[in-house]
Design a protein around this ligand. Structure first.
Ligand code: FAD
Ligand code: UDP
Length: 372
């Protein structure tokens, strides 16, 4: 170890890069950042392919936040375009808006029936309310019961079964609540104040966070293989169960397999993301050139297939929010209190379904708690 590197950060994703940047710039302390992958940025890694199209290797990433703190922090490292994510899905062969909203209602039902449903909905709910599907199903009126069953069956049931391997009733309500029924005409996927794609991509943002004279970066380096582990502080953004050699058992994850295809035409589909809740084995198709409006006579898409995470076979993508998994995670959290100088954070370290903004916010909080 270089004696100046008194902090170790394991993982060069957003969580690791934010905390390393703060240690280096705010405290002026030396930091060694390691990642077992051969690139930085973790699951947010993107790169320009030979056609000049910015590819998100581990799935589409759209930045969105309501947090001024997070926005002000990330804006130090990049400007954003004003991309606002819209998702369409095929319901009964009709390409329409997801989340389900009033425009969806008029797309899938005859106008007179849609109007009746709209009026009844506005008797029950305030305009612009977001209602999680499991809540939306609790209807007394027969028409609204029909509508709730339609939305459940056509949007949530098969998609969730493909994505999580179980039905919507068997995943934590917070998961399906990410995509509520939206009693509005707003077709956007997110309503956050700040949204967009970094103009030079996410990898560049992380690169800039790590570009500091006090930071040393070593890629292709697994914590397990690190010989000297004597640091003042260790910030660990890898899986907490792996850190403790799975002594209480493995924390379950869902994984994803992206099948990339290149086409000799300008566009493949009508927008960046098309969901297939009822058809095929994949959940959605991403078309990358939309995010930064990349110009090319070719286009690259990825079909997203969900699968179970198996150690040694594929990667961890989604922690699975579920009571029994929280209990197991808390055993590890309790164990971690014995290691006085080791701090866990990030989607894998905290075993939490963080979006990028929450991962950044959590890293800032850990820095403030530990170092200030
Ligand atoms: P990671 O990015 O997973 O980084 C952890 C790093 O630690 C990895 O690079 C890993 O290689 C390294 N590591 C692990 N173990 C070790 C070890 N033993 N030694 C050394 N290194 C190690 N968020 C949004 O806000 N918007 C989106 O649109 C969005 N889309 C997503 C789509 C998909 C398919 C997925 C899976 C996630 C999406 N997210 C999105 C969430 C986003 O990816 C995460 O919030 C973010 O990547 C979390 O960063 P992190 O640093 O905590 O974890
Ligand atoms: N979901 C669904 N149908 C859709 C979109 C989402 O059933 O068309 C459910 C599904 O359970 C999914 C969850 O809502 O896992 C959250 O969706 P989101 O798009 O936020 O997931 P992510 O982008 O994190 O994969």
């Amino acid at each position: 170890m270089n004696t100046n590197e008194i902090n170790l950060v394991v993982g060069a994703g957003f969580s690791g890069a934010v905390i390393a940047n703060l240690l280096a710039s705010e405290l002026g302390e030396g930091v060694l950042v390691i990642d077992k992958k051969d690139h930085i940025a973790g699951n947010c890694y993107d790169f320009r392919d030979k056609n000049g199209i910015m590819i998100h290797k581990y799935g589409s990433h759209i930045f969105h936040t309501n947090s001024e703190k997070v926005w002000n922090f990330i804006k130090q490292f990049t400007d954003f375009n004003t991309y606002m994510h819209k998702v369409v899905g095929y319901l009964d062969g009709i390409e329409t808006h997801i989340p389900f909203n009033f425009n969806t209602l008029y797309d899938v039902f005859p106008e007179s029936f849609a109007r009746r449903l709209e009026e009844k909905l506005l008797d029950v709910f305030e305009i612009n309310t977001k209602v999680p599907i499991l809540e939306f199903q609790k209807q007394d009126d027969d028409d609204l019961k029909f509508l709730a069953n339609y939305v459940y069956e056509k949007i949530f049931l098969h998609y969730t079964t493909k994505q999580w391997g179980v039905s919507p009733q068997d995943v934590d309500g917070a998961v399906t609540a990410r995509v509520p029924v939206y009693l509005s005409k707003d077709n956007r996927y997110f309503q956050d104040k700040y949204q967009g794609i970094p103009l030079e991509g996410y990898t560049k943002v992380v690169e800039k966070m790590l570009d500091h004279k006090n930071i040393t970066l070593k890629l292709g380096t697994d914590y397990k293989e690190l010989k000297d582990k004597e640091f003042k502080r260790i910030f660990y953004t890898g899986p907490i169960d792996e850190f403790y050699d799975y002594k209480f058992g493995q924390l379950p994850y869902r994984s994803v397999n992206f099948k990339f295809e290149t086409y000799d035409k300008e566009y493949y589909q009508s927008g960046a993301c098309v969901n297939y809740p009822c058809n095929y084995d994949f959940t959605r198709i991403h078309e990358y050139k939309y995010y930064l409006d990349d110009k090319s006579d070719k286009t690259v898409i990825a079909k997203e297939y969900s699968e179970n995470f198996e150690l040694g076979k594929n990667e961890r993508y989604y922690p699975i929010p579920k009571d029994e998994n929280t209990v197991l995670y808390e055993q590890y959290l309790e164990e971690s209190k014995k290691d006085k100088n080791v701090y866990f954070l990030g989607r894998l370290g905290d075993y939490k379904y963080y979006n990028m903004d929450s991962a950044i916010e959590r890293a800032i909080e850990v820095f403030e708690e530990v170092c200030e």
